[in-house]
Design a protein around this ligand. Structure first.
Ligand SMILES: Nc1ncnc2c1ncn2[C@@H]1O[C@H](COP(=O)(O)OP(=O)(O)OP(=O)(O)O)[C@@H](O)[C@H]1O
Length: 246
């Protein structure tokens, strides 16, 4: 379970909170999409949940079903920053090795994870020469190999073509079926919302919506918060172009 109690983050020298007192829980096995425009605080929230950053005030905890501290697997927005090995096999082996698996065991786990993420055949390729989409799949393979009960993906659809999007969503579905807790942070609701149990929206560091995804699409003023509603028609844009004489 992930539990936040009045979690707040203000960076030194700033006069506004990047995260304004967030209070919510995510239950085990839940799949939550957190939508938010650029700069709304998604990455700040992710870093706090994963203990990569310290809150200015408030409490955050991630625990497993027995109440013990739970591992959190992260897929960062910048897939390059997450590459730790020269090849995908080396890269994905790092996690299991750190968990205490032998070299051979770690390599076997890594091969399985790479196959699940659609990178079979690329195990020995120079990791830094992979395409943008392949690097993202590599990051996903990395967290699959970590076997974490809580997984957070920050903008996982950036650089992905449609088959890549479908593959990431296939993996998310599997993770959910395995009972893992998954959070996707994105402004691209149309790519994932159909799979989600819950939609939350961050706007200027504040959780402004928390509810059932379909209800969110029906009644939340998403455009006001800088997110495109996948159900909205494009006529508004056409009208604007028409009015401006384009
Ligand atoms: N280390 C920092 N120092 C000062 N301000 C920061 C720092 N990190 C983030 N911020 C500010 O916090 C706010 C939220 O940033 P955050 O990176 O969480 O946005 P985001 O929702 O992930 O955006 P994007 O979709 O563009 O990645 C921004 O205004 C950002 O400038």
């Amino acid at each position: 379970m992930i539990k936040l109690d009045n979690l707040r983050r203000r960076f030194p020298g700033q006069d506004k909170d990047a995260l304004k007192g967030a209070t919510f829980s995510v239950r085990d096995g839940e799949f939550v999409v957190i939508g938010g425009a650029n700069g709304s605080g998604k990455s700040v929230l992710m870093h706090l949940i994963a203990s990569l950053d310290k809150p200015t005030s408030g409490i955050v905890s991630c625990t497993d079903a027995e109440g013990r501290p739970a591992r959190v697997g992260l897929v960062f927005q910048d897939a390059d920053a997450q590459i730790l090995g020269d090849t995908p096999l080396e890269d994905v082996s790092v996690g299991p090795k750190n968990l205490g698996f032998s070299r051979t065991e770690a390599a076997a786990i890594a091969r399985g994870a790479l196959a699940r993420a659609g990178l079979e055949g690329k195990e020995g390729f120079p990791a830094r020469s992979l395409s943008g989409g392949e690097k993202r799949r590599l990051a996903v393979a990395g967290i699959l190999a970590l076997d974490a009960p809580i997984i957070i993906l920050d903008e996982p659809y950036a650089n992905l073509d449609w088959p890549g999007v479908a593959q990431v969503n296939g993996i998310i579905r599997q993770l959910k079926n395995e009972g893992r807790t998954v959070i996707v942070l994105t402004h691209e609701l149309e790519k994932v919302l159909a799979l989600a149990d819950r939609l939350m929206v961050l706007y200027q560091g504040e959780i402004v919506w928390d509810g059932e995804p379909r209800e969110g699409l029906r009644s939340a003023p998403l455009e006001k918060w800088g997110i495109r509603n996948p159900l909205a028609s494009y006529s508004g844009v056409q009208d604007l172009l028409w009015e401006s004489g384009v």
